[in-house]
Design a protein around this ligand. Structure first.
Ligand code: LRH
Ligand code: MN
Ligand code: MN
Length: 392
């Protein structure tokens, strides 16, 4: 039987320090382009989203941060929102810019051929940096919907030059203790070419910008079959892995609960983070979820996601690096694979129940939340007003 006492001090520290940031937008209604199905009790304000996110932390003890999306989470007074978050036991984290919803951004934002539109997009990022000063956030996260649908529609090369120039203007506005994290995605909404489609492009721009520019890896943003753990290894070795957007997918950017589609891939990614030192706080990798709960209840969806990440981490921590290294030096091709598979096949749930009980947390967060009565409470209290949705 596995026990916390059997873990090495290093592994124990990783488990204890693991912290996962929640996306505010996961608590609003969302859907596909065909329909958004609402749920009763959905937050009507950014304050209510934070109250819901705080429930996830109360149950799991591993999600002390909430990431905001601007302008979806626009409020008059961010210091009030910050104080509210703190009173709920969580902190405000990454600020995500949004330059993909205005009519002006039809042909792109930071890469748009029209300099006036580029100026507007740069100004939005500067406003986000100002919000970061009020929320105490370290990271400005940029994901761009920029791209084209038809060959010849715009110059791929000129758009890269505009991107570099716009990003530099934004980067120059950051304070010393702030970072710019750049997220890539291989397609959608653009279908022919995307301006930041892959980790190579993101890395090239980050290297040009400076030390405080890092790459964001959203697990749903790759072509099927991509070896994501390889990307993790490469970015970690260059000190350029800034953040994760964890989710899972069967087809494209499905934004499903982490570990739901492919727990083995999650384990492989997490092992690469463990072995590359990515969970060391000094590596400053921010572990975030980026999900949408189209059909399921949102708070339980986030609880499961957080505990699935925690389980993958606990499994990866079972791997003895020395045993693995010895296996990898042997002539047996399968020896190292056996070490990994043994760890993956181990049930770490009792170990994590012990970990939670040690902290006075519910041993089974999902069940504890279902029994807490919180959903009934918000369903009856949150009547009137307009439920927030992805995109509002
Ligand atoms: C883009 C993305 C990005 C956005 C979020 C809402 O697909 O992953 O991180 O900010 O979705
Ligand atoms: Mn994302
Ligand atoms: Mn996405």
């Amino acid at each position: 039987m596995l026990h916390l006492d059997n873990m090495t001090a290093g592994s124990r520290a990783i488990l204890d320090q693991l912290s996962i940031e929640l996306p505010s937008w996961a608590f609003g209604n969302s859907g596909t382009r065909f329909r958004v199905f609402g749920t009763a009790g959905t937050p009507r304000t950014p304050f209510e989203k934070i109250a819901d996110a705080a429930q996830v932390h109360k149950m799991t003890g591993v999600t002390p941060w909430v990431s905001l999306h601007i302008p979806w989470d626009m409020v008059d007074d961010f210091s009030e929102l910050r104080a509210f978050a703190e009173s709920e036991g969580v902190e405000l984290g990454t600020i995500n810019s949004n330059v993909f919803q205005d009519e002006d951004y039809k042909l792109g934002s930071l890469c748009n051929p029209d300099p006036k539109v580029r100026e507007k997009a740069i100004a939005h990022h500067i406003a986000c940096i100002d919000i970061m000063r009020q929320t105490g956030s370290r990271d400005l996260k940029i994901w761009l919907a920029d791209g084209t649908n038809y060959p010849g529609q715009d110059s791929i090369r000129a758009r890269q030059d505009r991107l570099a120039e716009s990003l530099q203007r934004i980067y120059n506005e950051l304070d010393e203790d702030q970072r710019l994290v750049l997220e890539y995605k291989f397609f959608e909404p653009a279908f022919y070419h995307t301006d930041v489609p892959d980790w190579g492009t993101a890395l090239v721009h980050c290297v040009d910008l400076g030390e405080r520019a890092k790459v964001v890896l959203d697990t749903g943003h790759h072509a099927p079959g991509t070896n994501i753990e390889f990307i993790v290894a490469q970015l970690l070795r260059r000190g350029r892995l800034g953040a994760f957007d964890f989710n899972s997918r069967f087809y494209a950017d499905d934004d499903l609960i982490v570990g739901a589609a492919d727990p083995f891939q999650l384990f492989r990614i997490v092992w690469e983070i463990v072995s590359g030192g990515g969970f060391d706080p000094a590596a400053e990798v921010n572990f975030m979820l980026d999900q949408c709960h189209n059909l399921e209840e949102k708070i339980p969806g986030e609880i499961l996601s957080a505990t699935n990440v925690q389980e993958a981490v606990a499994k990866a921590l079972l791997i003895d690096p020395e045993e693995l290294a010895a296996a990898q030096c042997s002539d047996d091709v399968l020896a190292g694979n056996r070490v990994l598979m043994d760890a993956f096949s181990t049930d770490v749930r009792p170990l994590l129940e012990e970990w939670r009980e040690e902290r006075g947390l519910p041993a089974r967060p999902y069940e504890a939340f279902q029994e807490s009565g919180y959903l009934d409470k918000i369903r009856s209290e949150r009547t009137g007003g307009t439920a927030m949705s992805w995109g509002a």
